[in-house]
Design a protein around this ligand. Structure first.
Ligand code: SF4
Length: 278
């Protein structure tokens, strides 16, 4: 059984204390997600040196500066590609892809769906705050229709992506969603996603008070967290609700968890045949 470490022990073991405090805005959800990530990794019992954080572009990107793991900072949208290379070169590694909604579903949308299609053994923890925070609050593919943004002062016209449905349709074998409010659930889902063999997504609904909050007339981080709490519906309950009842709700929990052929295992089966020239 794993021993529960105190906050001081966790700080010592996992954080690059000399780089703290972080540069994130007060009330931002990223710090909560990083705290849960560390606890989720701890829960796997896998040695920290087996992990590689692959961080994307945006406010979430500097995460690797603050926690003590091997890390590589990827180009725009390319976390799944870097993760694929790492996993193919050394299948013993556990690459964790840290992408925001813009990074994962706009610039990196193609990379994301093909990693899911291959069911390659990577874990993506996508932080969805529905905005491009680092560059000033432009709308992203997950900004809800009607919400204003720096690039949509009268509200976004188009409909948004449902990241879980997108990745599920592409072929991922573990797909789950939680929120920054539901920290205990987030820790458990991250542990489970890492231990799952195949492409795993944990989408985290997170708050950006500085841009998304301000543009949507709700810049108070506490009320954004309360909004997450009051508008979340567990997937089991959502299955019994009508579409109009779950519209605008955050459906949380595990959507997919199944055993399927995994890309790296299949790839390594070919290597002996290559050596024998068959
Ligand atoms: S701009 Fe938004 S996402 Fe970026 S650090 Fe500030 S609150 Fe967080």
């Amino acid at each position: 059984m794993l021993r529960v470490r105190s906050q001081e022990e966790m700080l010592e073991k996992y954080y690059r204390k000399h780089n703290l405090p972080t540069t994130w805005c007060p009330g931002c959800g990223i710090g909560t997600v990083i705290g849960a990530l560390v606890r989720g990794i701890e829960g796997t019992g896998i040695p920290p040196e087996s992990f590689v954080l692959v961080t994307g572009i945006g406010c979430y990107g500097p995460a690797g500066q603050y926690i003590k793991f091997n890390d590589v900072h990827a180009l725009h949208g390319r976390c799944p590609s870097y993760g694929t290379g790492l996993k193919l070169a050394n299948p013993a590694l556990y690459p964790i892809l840290l992408m925001g909604d813009g990074d994962a579903s706009a610039i990196g949308g193609n990379h994301l769906i093909h990693a899911a299609r291959r069911n390659i053994d990577l874990t993506a923890v996508i932080l969805n705050n529905h905005t491009y925070g680092m560059t000033g609050g432009q709308h992203s593919p997950t900004t809800p229709s009607g919400i204003p943004a720096a690039t949509a002062p009268y509200g976004v016209v188009e409909d948004s992506f449902d990241l879980c449905r997108l990745v599920q349709a592409a072929g991922a074998s573990f797909v789950a969603r939680t929120t920054a409010y539901h920290v205990t659930q987030m820790i458990g889902l991250i542990t489970r996603a890492i231990l799952h063999k195949g492409f795993s997504l944990v989408e985290v609904e997170s708050q950006c008070p500085t841009y998304f909050g301000r543009y949507s007339n709700n810049p108070d981080p506490v009320s954004l967290l309360k909004w997450q709490r009051d508008n979340s519906v567990p997937v089991e309950k959502a299955r019994e609700m009508k579409p109009e009842e779950i519209k605008d709700k955050i459906v949380t929990g595990i959507f997919v968890e199944e055993k399927r052929k995994e890309y790296v295992s299949e790839y390594y089966k070919i290597i002996p045949r290559l050596k024998e020239g068959k």
